[in-house]
Design a protein around this ligand. Structure first.
Ligand code: F3S
Length: 294
């Protein structure tokens, strides 16, 4: 079985930067170092960072005094930063510059009196952080159906969570055009996301089965898997190689592999190696069966 890898897969610029910042911080700071929430949605990488001395807290208040708080690539709202400042914590801001741009735009547009609409997942910390930068004014919609329920407004602006599929953002924009007197469109979707989604779709069209490697809690990994499934190809999401099931590759000549933006290269390589092994195993079994039958 041949295993083809998507032209763009794995760590994006913002995640790479956040991990490097966290490693440097652990090396250089004396006091305890914690990230607010797991630094990225990949348990294996979080475990590695933990061994280097980067712990995880759920709330700013859990960081002991004299400690350092790392803000992850998803960013955080001003209220979080204010709480950290009030507690005298040192803050290392690993917010991805593309997320920081969305935060800045949202704040400026809300301050200019526009009704800000954010297309994204309400529960995602990036979205919650951006809303916080508008002082809670921005309204989050997950798709066009929710946008259709919004009241009209004279002056609206629309932004996207950086990992949104472009088609969903465009569908919301189309709905808002019918509701807003004036609509300012700020496409804050990150290129890394678009490139990974396009590469995954392109590959899904040429293989019999797709595997998406990435943390179970990673939103962009889940979206890659959904896109491939919607393209009509059987798709399986795994965190690590041992989760691969030989049955997925029975009769498969060419399989595809992609990975979310928070999946490290070593996991992608392990998964690719194991897929090849399983492909060979199933091929050998199929040949054995054919020989016995004839
Ligand atoms: Fe940043 Fe885009 Fe990655 S927003 S964290 S480079 S997916």
């Amino acid at each position: 079985m041949e295993v083809r890898r998507a032209a763009k897969a794995g760590f994006c610029f913002g995640v790479k930067r956040a991990i490097e910042l966290a490693r440097d911080t652990a090396r250089e700071r004396d006091g305890p170092v914690f990230s607010l929430g797991p630094l990225i949605h990949n348990p294996q990488v979080v475990e590695q960072l933990n061994r280097l001395g980067v712990g995880v807290v759920d709330a700013v208040e859990q960081v002991p005094s004299g400690g350092t708080l790392i803000i992850r690539s998803h960013g955080a709202g001003p209220r979080v930063l204010a709480r950290a400042g009030a507690l005298g914590l040192q803050v290392v801001d690993a917010t991805c510059p593309f997320v920081a741009r969305a935060q800045r735009l949202a704040r400026e547009l809300a301050a200019a009196g526009k009704q800000v609409i954010l297309v994204g997942d309400k529960k995602h910390p990036e979205v919650q952080g951006i809303v916080d930068w508008t002082d809670g004014q921005a309204v989050v919609v997950e798709g066009p159906q929710e946008a259709a329920l919004l009241p009209g407004a004279a002056d609206m602006a629309v932004l996207a969570q950086t990992t949104q599929p472009a088609a969903n953002f465009q569908a919301v924009v189309d709905v808002l055009q019918t509701k807003a007197g004036r609509l300012q469109i700020c496409n804050t979707i990150c290129h890394a996301t678009v490139a990974r989604q396009q590469a995954a779709l392109e590959l899904a069209g040429r293989v019999a089965v797709m595997v998406v490697a990435g943390g179970a809690g990673s939103a962009n990994t889940g979206k890659l898997a959904r896109l491939c499934r919607r393209a009509g190809v059987p798709t399986y999401q795994v965190e690590t190689a041992p989760e691969l099931d030989p049955a997925w590759f029975a009769g498969v000549r060419v399989a595809g592999l992609t990975a979310g933006a928070s999946t490290p290269d070593w996991i992608i390589e392990e998964v690719q190696r194991r897929m090849k092994e399983l492909g060979e195993m199933t091929e050998n079994e199929e040949t054995k069966q054919e020989t016995t039958e004839s």
